[in-house]
Design a protein around this ligand. Sequence first.
Ligand code: NAD
Length: 485
Amino acid sequence: MPYPTQPTASHYINGQYVEDTAGTPIDVIYAATGEKIATLHSATPAIIEQAVAAAKAAQPAWAAMTGTERGRILRRAADILRERNHDLSVLETYDTGKPYQETSVVDATSGADALEYFGGMAATLTGEHIQLGEDWVYTRREALGVCVGIGAWNYPTQIACWKGAPALACGNSMVFKPSETTPLCALKVAEILHEAGLPAGLYNVIQGLGDVGAALVTDPRVDKVSLTGSVPTGRKVYAAAAAGIKHVTMELGGKSPMIVFEDADIENAVSGAILGNFYSSGQVCSNGTRVFVHTAIKDAFLTRLAERLKGAVIGDPMDPDTSFGPMVSARQMGIVQGYIEKGIAEGARLVCGGKQLDQDGFFLEPTVFADVKDDMTIAREEIFGPVMAVLDFEDEDDVMARANDTEFGLAAGVFTRDLSRAHRVAANFEAGTCYINTYNDAPVEAPFGGSKNSGVGRENSKAAIEHYSQLKSVYVRMGDLEAPF
Ligand code: NAD
């Protein structure tokens, strides 16, 4: 199947595409048809060595450039991403199965936002001056060195840029390993960065499964690891990084609550529930998959939700009218179907959806369960698919405790017209990102990340700079130095 801007090899190292067919083949499957659209190869030890060595060699000269020079290259790359948005969006749709209606406004564009934002910030990074009487200390904000980025499959272009842009702005180099399920888009990010003037070796992409990721994490030349993935993978990567006392950013999974109070605007709350459960076919880490609805408006909410879901256009992701695409893979579809069966078996009420579509590809209907109880599997575990669990509540204190009763802490949302309650609830949520009368916005200007088991560190915003740089303190004595003997 032809698709635009096809990467010409499996890896991108030291400013060029590199192939090594000795690596295990990785088939790329188009989720809308089940067809194979490409075969790439997992990185062999020789490829891993090339990538890390290139990143190590290139980094000092990059860090020695001014922030203005580094930022100019990142901002040029942002412009190229935007100019090629159509082709990159089509590629993202082939890589993930997400509808073009989404990819054309979210993926390359949010990647470009990150490159533009951190490109602009590169020149502003400074240390500080601390006066101590006559003496003084100054701090230098320095790069960490070689950073490793490891991606999940739901936003391959965005994740490649969200990690690469702040890393490069701070003077680091990067070796990025995309998810084996969606290996194509990050290669285009590397190509565009170098076209924009990035010196060779500073942003390398190599393919592979967990073993390649693990080899990168344990390499002694690597100073920092940023993972986007599940909690179990996060535990392994965090532990491996800890052995080398490496810096980490962990963007992990969630089971986020969304609370809809009796005074909420029902139409907006339904919109929030749709955005927070069915965008990208539910494959979004911050999704509000536990929707607590006050019993006074439960029937009205469910009726309106069912009506609105009839408006979903499910089908060919390349058709700009399609608003709901397939699951990323047959495997992920099977996992989600297992959860739907568990929901039914444990006594939740299936309000709509639940079935696989009778056509090629990995299409599942948007699915809503009502009368869900806190201890049911579908209310406790991350499903990562289009399955919404609606739970009843009557009392604010009670629903707060239930909303926070989870190992995860990625996101949380509240719908209410009561101003004080909105801010009180947001303050009481145990989550890294909270939403009031909206859901799943992720602008580059705001910190994004999880608390509890959902992660460590923050991406985006000024906060990301703290996770891609370190401070050195330099003490300066102006007078003579006294010593005890
Ligand atoms: P995953 O954990 O299976 O894999 C993530 C990445 O880690 C892949 O590239 C994989 O090859 C790699 N990996 C696996 N084992 C490894 C190991 N031992 N060492 C190093 N790397 C290893 O996750 P997934 O199925 O690709 O993605 C879905 C998960 O990602 C969900 O849990 C979702 O919530 C999470 N996610 C989180 C965010 C966020 O920002 N918090 C964003 C998107 C997705």
